[in-house]
Design a binder for this molecule. Structure first.
Ligand code: HEC
Length: 150
């Protein structure tokens, strides 16, 4: 009798630990994806400035940064990671097929911009910068909420 009580207490302690570690993991991942998104936005701003200065080498580097970020996006949205200060909409997981096409679209847009920048193609760069910002909006509009969930 005595022993089984201990067993229960131990089990409950382990369970509590497990659940709280899951919650921490969620906060962690939310923070990680917001950080990645902030770096997207920093790269996009650097691109805008570099285009004005016709500094195509920088445009290419920053576009490649966004390509690298794009590859990480899907992993930063594990199912149900909606607990905490996040603007991720439930639609991300309800329409995962649709959502998960967006990082690829972003990568493609960034890669085309990098190519245009490498070629020093001014008109191409202008068009691809627009397409890139369209790829950000194309995901934000359906999948990012206006307000934080908390
Ligand atoms: C695959 C979809 C997707 C793509 C593509 C995408 N975003 Fe996001 N972005 C999101 C979602 C979802 C959030 C909300 C994340 C959260 O709050 O947990 C977000 C949040 C952000 C934030 C706010 C971060 C914060 O601190 O809360 C910025 C800034 C941002 N995105 C910039 C960009 C830029 C710039 C691009 C394009 C270069 C881009 N994003 C491409 C889905 C996307």
């Amino acid at each position: 009798m005595h022993q089984s009580k201990f067993l229960w207490a131990g089990l409950i302690a382990i369970l509590t630990l497990f659940i709280s570690s899951q919650l921490f993991a969620q906060e962690d991942i939310i923070e990680k994806r917001q950080k990645l998104m902030k770096s997207n936005s920093a790269a996009a701003k650097a691109i805008k400035k570099a285009v004005e200065e016709k500094d195509y080498a920088t445009v290419e580097v920053k576009a490649k940064d966004i390509m690298g970020n794009a590859e990480k996006i899907s992993d930063l949205f594990p199912k149900g990671s909606t607990k905490g200060k996040t603007k991720a909409k439930a639609e991300i997981w309800e329409k995962w097929d649709e959502f998960s096409k967006n990082p690829g679209k972003l990568k493609k847009a960034a890669s085309e911009l990098a190519d245009a920048a490498k070629a020093g193609d001014e008109a191409g760069v202008t068009a691809k910068v627009k397409a890139l910002s369209g790829a950000c909006k194309g995901c934000h509009e359906p999948f990012r909420a206006e307000k934080y969930s908390e």
